[in-house]
Write a protein of this length. Structure first.
Length: 110
């Protein structure tokens, strides 16, 4: 993973996402997914811009199937935003950087 982007796995999901004190952005992706590759630069940019305020990471759905299945991830890319261990936002497909920023700014302002 690039720079500030965390790699989430089935094994670290509970501690890294559900137990996080800060909001968490999780990009569910797979290496063969074209739209996922299109979204990757946006996710990396968010990780840099919100460093220290929001944890940003990715979960490879080919390598980790338990967590996405439990969260009803049926299409990728899907980006979930968690706060206090709970899902607060679900963005499916390639969304704009502005849409992610709006969702994150609302959480940070709380």
């Amino acid at each position: 993973m690039a720079g500030n982007v965390v790699e989430f796995t089935d094994a670290n999901w509970s501690s890294e996402v559900l137990g996080s004190a800060e909001p968490v952005v999780v990009d569910f992706w797979a290496p063969w997914c074209g739209p996922c590759r299109m979204l990757a630069p946006t996710i990396e940019k968010l990780a840099g811009e919100f460093e220290g305020r929001v944890k940003v990471g990715k979960m490879n759905t080919d390598e980790n199937q338990e967590t996405p299945g439990g969260l009803r991830i049926s299409a990728i890319p899907t980006v979930l935003i968690f706060h206090g261990g709970k899902e607060v936002e679900r963005l499916v497909g390639v969304n704009t950087e502005a849409k992610f920023k709006t969702a994150l700014e609302k959480l940070i302002a709380k």
